[in-house]
Design a protein around this ligand. Structure first.
Ligand code: GLU
Length: 425
């Protein structure tokens, strides 16, 4: 693989696409005749790199690099978020798109896998600049997105407002309101109730299902959460509402520890006003690396990929890792955790609540008929529980990790669709 950016030079944090390829290689021997099609998964179907120029508030022109990758479209339109982050790279977006293919198939959602990103620090731009970046990026990728082609959604660094601008820009360009072009929109614009909370809620459901089968009940359990954005903060809140004790929280600027439990509602309010958890009074501040050694029953990495390295896995003192982020555990760390008897609930299952409710949003937009929040949460529960049970059963029967089982189920679905559709010409 060519050394396209610096993270490749750091052997402790290999490029995410390499991790994805390794995960695919691990599953190939379990696919029987369908492994004939395995190359399909090892190369993205379509990659678009776009230049995103904007006029900055000071009158200068800045150029940013944007991407939209459609990894696989065999089972339906592309689906996956848009990441705004200074470290976004093509390699990362390719991996994230690949994980969306697997996630959507593992949950049985009628989508392929896609992902997008812009290499910017959204916090360093004014709101007006962010709007210009979003609109220009949307217009540039307008060639490949659409309600029945590829449907973006929020991811790290993007939110409801950005989805509103994306929907508006696409709609202006096509000449009519196309609410189904993105999900994760504000409810007033055809967004779905429950979407904002869905990823965190799904993380909790996955943890609870894993805990039930591993005799690690949620009430009284100690939980450490890395990442305090949409996923980490809501997962922490729901864990706490069910009687768990949040012993550690980490965001980009701080690591907090309190063995008696951090008040999550207060931490959310603090972070909303201060911009980070740094200085939060309800816990002790500890070193970044110490986060990985906090004693707990559940660890929820809900930040970026590649966080759980082999070294951190060797020192982890927990029972269950629930991956709120995409790709947080490196393949070498996966092996160490398995040897150590620490259960990993993989990203493609654990954080699938978001895209599941995105699917509901897309269906609601098509029919212009909207469901109640109770209906949405009940349907989310039933899809997550069913997917979890099937993955658990396969892992149990064949003595595999949950990740390998999830990948087998997903890749079988994708490659069976590939085979049935046949090759053109
Ligand atoms: N960005 C989220 C994910 O990684 C949600 C994607 C979506 O809703 O399409 O799953």
């Amino acid at each position: 693989m060519p050394a396209t950016n610096l993270s490749y030079l750091d052997p402790a944090r290999p490029e995410p696409w390499s991790s994805f390829l390794e995960q695919i290689d691990r599953v190939a021997p379990h696919l029987g005749g369908l492994s004939h099609w395995i190359e399909t998964l090892k190369r993205p179907k379509r990659v678009l790199i776009v230049d995103v120029p904007i006029v900055r508030d000071d009158g200068t022109v800045a150029h940013y690099e944007g991407y939209r990758v459609q990894h696989n479209l065999s089972r339906g339109p592309g689906k996956g978020g848009v990441r705004f982050h200074p470290d976004v790279s093509l390699n990362e977006v390719m991996a994230l798109a690949g994980w969306m293919t697997v996630k959507n198939a593992a949950l049985g959602l009628p989508f392929g896998g896609a992902k997008g990103g812009v290499r910017i620090d959204p916090r360093a731009l004014s709101r007006a600049e962010l709007e210009r970046v979003t609109r220009r990026y949307t217009s540039e990728i307008g060639l490949v997105i659409g309600p029945d082609k590829d449907i973006p959604a929020p991811d790290v660094g993007s939110d409801q407002q950005i989805m509103a601008w994306m929907m508006d820009t696409y709609s202006v360009n096509v000449g009519h309101t196309a609410s189904g072009v993105v999900t994760g929109k504000p409810v007033a614009l055809g967004g779905s109730l429950g979407r904002h909370e869905a990823t965190g809620r799904g993380v909790f459901i996955a943890a609870r299902e894993a805990g039930k089968r591993s005799a690690v009940p949620i009430p009284g359990s100690r939980v450490a959460v890395q990442g305090f954005g949409n996923v980490g903060s809501i997962a922490a809140r729901i864990f706490a509402e069910h009687g768990a004790v949040i012993v550690a929280l980490q965001d980009a600027e701080a690591t907090l520890f309190n063995p008696a439990g951090i008040n999550v509602a207060e931490a959310i309010a603090y972070s909303a006003t201060q911009g980070s958890l740094a200085g939060f009074p309800g816990a002790e501040s500890i070193g970044n690396e110490e986060f990985w050694a906090v004693e707990s029953e559940y660890v929820v990495p809900a930040a970026l990929e590649g966080q759980l390295t082999a070294r951190r896995a060797a020192g982890l003192r927990t029972r269950i890792v629930v991956e709120g982020a995409n790709g947080p555990t490196l393949p070498a760390a996966d092996d160490i955790l398995r040897e150590r008897g620490i259960l990993v609930v993989p990203d493609v299952l654990a954080n699938a609540g978001g895209v599941t409710v995105s699917y509901f949003e897309w269906v609601q937009d098509f029919s212009s008929f909207f469901w109640s929040e109770d209906e949405i949460n009940a349907r989310l529960e039933s899809i997550m529980i069913k997917a979890f049970a099937a993955i658990w059963q396969m892992a149990d029967e064949r003595g595999l990790s949950l990740r390998t089982a999830a990948f087998i189920i997903a890749c079988q679905r994708v490659l069976a669709a590939r085979e049935q559709r046949g090759l053109y010409p």
